[in-house]
Design a protein around this ligand. Structure first.
Ligand code: ATP
Length: 263
């Protein structure tokens, strides 16, 4: 049985001029759920992600996070309410160490305000110690402890991806949204990533929504899969249900057919 709702998004719509990128998209992501969001190129997945995290403004719709209406709030307010994300293109501080990058995630959530920081008050030192302790725990969990002092910019792509996820976890999110986490990873790195996402979901009890082109990964990892096509949700079910859905098969075949026609 799944728990209470973490993200309740209802009828999210976003227009860009005359183009409706996402239309009436709804998601009820519950505690401990691991949900995949798939769809052909241009289906609206990234736009849906950006709407859920407040990065793109809604044309209409409603977003409730852990019971609080967060519609129209800025991305940092949604993050504070417990929604963390990673991006398609890795965005790390290349010159900072792995541990410092992870601590940045903690600062976003628990950092001291301006005056305690400037004056180095005890409250500032306490917050810093807590953030450093927590970053070390997360480095352990994400298998980054052995390279915690290395410069992030010197790491392999797969390790950088894990640092990005570790930094997102430092904000102690209720939900983690991963935008194409396996993009650019080799098969061994992808396998490590799949193990990590599973661990985050089961051990840390964080709800996960993952956008991914790697079907094998999505089908093996997710309990539930949503399929977007031309901005609209055309399926929402178990991997087996989605794979046998005529609308889904048609959406993917249709994309291939039109790609051939235009080739
Ligand atoms: N800022 C924007 N301005 C105008 N059109 C946009 C903007 N962002 C997205 N779109 C359009 O909205 C549609 C959905 O794009 P989106 O990037 O969300 O799809 P996607 O499913 O993530 O695609 P992909 O799998 O290729 O990453 C596309 O037609 C895209 O061109």
């Amino acid at each position: 049985m799944s728990g209470p709702s973490v993200i309740q998004a209802s009828n999210l719509t976003r227009r860009f001029g005359g183009l409706v990128a996402v239309e009436d998209y709804s998601l009820d992501l519950r505690e401990r759920e691991l949900v995949g969001l798939i769809g052909p190129n241009g289906a609206g997945k990234t736009t849906a992600f950006n709407l859920l995290t407040g990065i793109t403004k809604l044309s209409s719709g409603r977003i409730v996070i852990a019971g609080e209406d967060m519609t129209g709030r800025a991305p940092n307010r949604l993050a504070q309410r417990g929604v963390a994300r990673t991006f398609q293109n890795i965005r790390l501080f290349a010159d900072l160490s792995v541990l410092e990058n992870i601590m940045c995630g903690g600062h976003m959530r628990y950092g001291s305000s301006f005056f305690p920081t400037i004056l180095q008050l005890p409250s500032f030192r306490r917050a810093e110690a807590k953030i450093a302790r927590q970053a070390r725990d997360i480095a352990e969990l994400t298998d980054l402890a052995a390279i915690a002092d290395r410069r992030a910019g010197d790491l392999s792509y797969g390790d950088q991806r894990r640092v990005e996820i570790a930094r997102a976890l430092a904000g102690e999110p209720r939900a983690l949204l991963l935008d194409e986490p396996a993009a650019g990873l080799n098969p061994a790195e992808t396998e490590t990533l799949v193990g990590l996402i599973g661990k985050i979901n089961t051990d840390l009890k964080v709800a996960v929504l993952v956008v991914e082109h790697d079907m094998h990964l999505v089908m093996g990892l997710c309990q539930r899969i949503q399929v977007l096509n031309r901005g609209k949700l055309i399926a929402d079910g178990t991997p087996a249900e989605v794979q046998s859905s005529p609308a889904v098969i048609e959406a993917y075949l249709g994309t291939r057919r039109s790609a051939k026609t235009h080739a």
